[in-house]
Design a protein around this ligand. Structure first.
Ligand SMILES: Cc1cc2nc3c(=O)[nH]c(=O)nc-3n(C[C@H](O)[C@H](O)[C@H](O)COP(=O)(O)O)c2cc1C
Length: 375
């Protein structure tokens, strides 16, 4: 893979040829409507950004099984019946740029109210705080079923026409809860932090054609780390990256959580590069300008991921003097700001004002969990 540190240069990414190094970061679409599969709103949301210049689109987390559903209006890759809708999404985006589907299981970070199922975790203790519903520890049999669910969902994404999948192993969701010793209180073999992540990667990699990308979202932060990396979480981060590489992952996406304050401490890609990781890396957070994007490329990333700036400014890359304002980005760090952005986008497309939809109320609580505020 060539590495001129300019974000607008075309680049190869595994078997894909991308027109530039801008990737759309995965974002669950919080439209005020209940939909468990892509609707025209999702399709327009992603296609709009692809059409206006993004090199790669990573579609926001889709759940692999119903009890892994984390948001009321989240899409699930859990059922063959949803294939036509996902094909429309993949086809729409891929008229302009390759698309990858992120796969996830919310694990302890959901509620029965949202999923309609019991909440599960590596161990019951992983229901870490009163903010989450009490969780049942998965049995060894359940874990085998879970791996099959990831495999089946990846195969579905392939049949729908996506160029790859990204396995969500960050943000305290189920895979992350297994790979963080602070939330994995098991006493059997599944206590080993790398076992579940590497098994899922191996099984998905074996099942899918070679040209189909298998990526993994990992975080340098501990589940409860509040966006701070310490020596212990950084050590586990490097160990996991090595184990995933050995298991055959095609790329790693470094998840940095919510907005960090400038000045940036470092590009975590550089940490992995210094430890000999050679697979392609995707990294971002807080990017508003090309110069900010290139900070990550210079640090060793191959692609930069941009989320909120593209949410607020679909035409960010098509504009001359591309820049998203710091104040607007800060607004999209709050659950209220995010809900408003999606409501605005929805209203723009439907010309309807969404009020009184119960999903909006549930979203407020869920978003607060993810973004740590109560506004
Ligand atoms: C509304 C919203 C939904 C998100 N959903 C996901 C998701 O589904 N999967 C994921 O890995 N990250 C998700 N994120 C995190 C983003 O991918 C990204 O890491 C984060 O927003 C920081 O990048 P930014 O500063 O460019 O927004 C989400 C962020 C937002 C704002």
């Amino acid at each position: 893979m060539s590495n001129p540190n300019t974000v607008d240069a075309p680049v190869s990414f595994g078997p894909l040829q991308l027109r530039n190094r801008w990737a759309m970061a995965p974002m669950v679409t919080l439209f005020p409507e209940i939909a468990d599969r892509p609707t025209s709103h999702h399709i327009e949301f992603y296609v709009d950004r692809a059409r206006r210049g993004v090199g790669l689109v990573i579609v926001g987390a889709t759940y692999v099984s119903p009890e892994g559903k984390g948001f009321p209006n989240q899409m699930g890759m859990d059922d063959d019946g949803k294939l036509p809708a996902f094909s429309r999404l993949a086809d729409g985006i891929q008229r302009y740029a390759p698309a990858i589907a992120q796969l996830f299981h919310a694990g302890p970070k959901t509620s029965t109210q949202v999923s309609g199922h019991e909440v599960v975790a590596p161990s019951a203790a992983a229901a870490r705080s009163v903010r989450y519903d009490a969780a049942r520890a998965l049995s060894a049999h359940d874990i085998e079923r879970l791996v099959e669910r990831f495999e089946a969902a990846a195969w579905r994404a392939c049949r729908a026409g996506f160029a790859g999948v990204e396995l969500h192993g960050a943000n305290g969701y189920l895979i992350h809860a297994f790979s963080d010793p602070r939330t994995n209180g098991r006493s059997d073999e599944w206590r080993s932090p790398d076992l579940l992540p590497t098994l899922i990667v191996r099984r998905v990699r074996q099942r899918l054609p070679r040209r189909f990308l298998v990526g993994y979202t990992l975080s340098p932060f501990s589940v409860d780390g509040e966006d701070r990396a310490d020596r212990r979480s950084l050590g586990s981060f490097v160990d996991l990256a090595n184990a995933l590489t050995e298991a055959g992952v095609d790329y790693l996406h470094i998840y940095r959580g919510k907005a960090e304050q400038a000045p940036r401490p470092c590009a975590f890609s550089g940490v992995l590069r210094r430890h000999g990781i050679t697979v392609p890396l995707v990294e971002g957070t807080g990017i508003r300008t090309a110069a900010e994007a290139e900070f990550f490329l210079q640090g060793g990333a191959n692609l930069v991921a941009v989320g909120r700036a593209l949410l607020g400014r679909p035409d960010l890359l098509a504009r001359s003097g591309r820049e998203y304002s710091r104040a607007n980005l800060a607004e999209l760090s709050t659950s209220a700001g995010l809900r408003q952005a999606f409501a605005d986008e929805y209203a723009r497309r439907t010309r309807r004002t969404p009020t009184g939809d119960p999903s909006v109320e549930i979203d407020r609580a869920l978003l607060s969990r993810s973004f740590g505020d109560s506004r």
